[in-house]
Design a protein around this ligand. Structure first.
Ligand SMILES: Cc1cc2nc3c(=O)[nH]c(=O)nc-3n(C[C@H](O)[C@H](O)[C@H](O)COP(=O)(O)O)c2cc1C
Length: 188
């Protein structure tokens, strides 16, 4: 059982990162092999709409996405974790997702995608404010991303009202929720 996680905050040790670590600890407690991709540390160009991927399913841009495509296709579980920036995912994560247009093209244009095989996906998100719709747009983005890579959106952990670095530690139940979510995801 391989769990691949995408940590979308630029703030290492921040709220998203701490929650994700708990989820990964939960997955490890079920024996899963886990990996955390810190997107901010990578070089990932935004999609440039060269559209070459529509012909053969491969992106012509050479950067750190080269290593991420096979990992996304291999993982049994994919977790996307991001703070809300202007009611959306961070631009770091959004660039990674947009570059998965190549995987979308394989599935939906070239019909090369493997059949859905029960791979699971989950979304962890935090935001400072308390608006009811805070996460709505990002949930749609993550669901559509998962669809493009053949992963089913099965779980989410959305946390309102955390702003400063480490604020999440004041939400002890949320950290437990993250651990439990990781455990559930890795449970066969
Ligand atoms: C550029 C920027 C935009 C933000 N936009 C929002 C927003 O639209 N809604 C919100 O509730 N919080 C917003 N925030 C606050 C962060 O979501 C919040 O501080 C969060 O806890 C940061 O998580 P992290 O520690 O994982 O980076 C924004 C913060 C930054 C830096």
């Amino acid at each position: 059982m391989r769990v691949l996680s995408i940590m979308g905050s630029p703030r290492i040790g921040g709220n998203t990162d701490l929650l994700l670590d708990e989820a990964l600890r939960g997955a490890q407690s079920e024996g899963a092999e886990v990996e955390k991709i810190i997107v901010d540390k990578l070089k990932i160009s935004p999609c440039k709409e060269y559209n070459a991927c529509l012909r053969d399913g491969n992106c012509v841009i050479r950067d750190d996405m080269d290593d991420i495509y096979p990992k996304l296709l291999d993982a049994d579980v994919v977790i996307v974790a991001s703070p809300m920036f202007f009611y959306g995912l961070t631009s770091q994560v959004k660039a990674l997702i947009d570059r998965c247009q190549a995987l979308w093209a394989r599935r939906y244009v070239l019909k090369q995608g493997p059949p859905d095989s029960g791979r699971k996906g989950a979304f962890i998100a935090v935001g400072a404010t308390r608006g009811k719709q805070l996460f709505d747009g990002s949930i749609l983005t993550v669901k559509y991303f998962f669809q493009a890579i053949g992963v089913e959106y099965v779980d989410e952990l959305l946390v309102w009202g955390v702003d400063r670095k480490g604020d999440i530690k004041k939400h002890s139940t949320t950290l437990v929720d993250a651990f439990e979510m990781g455990r559930r995801l890795a449970h066969r």
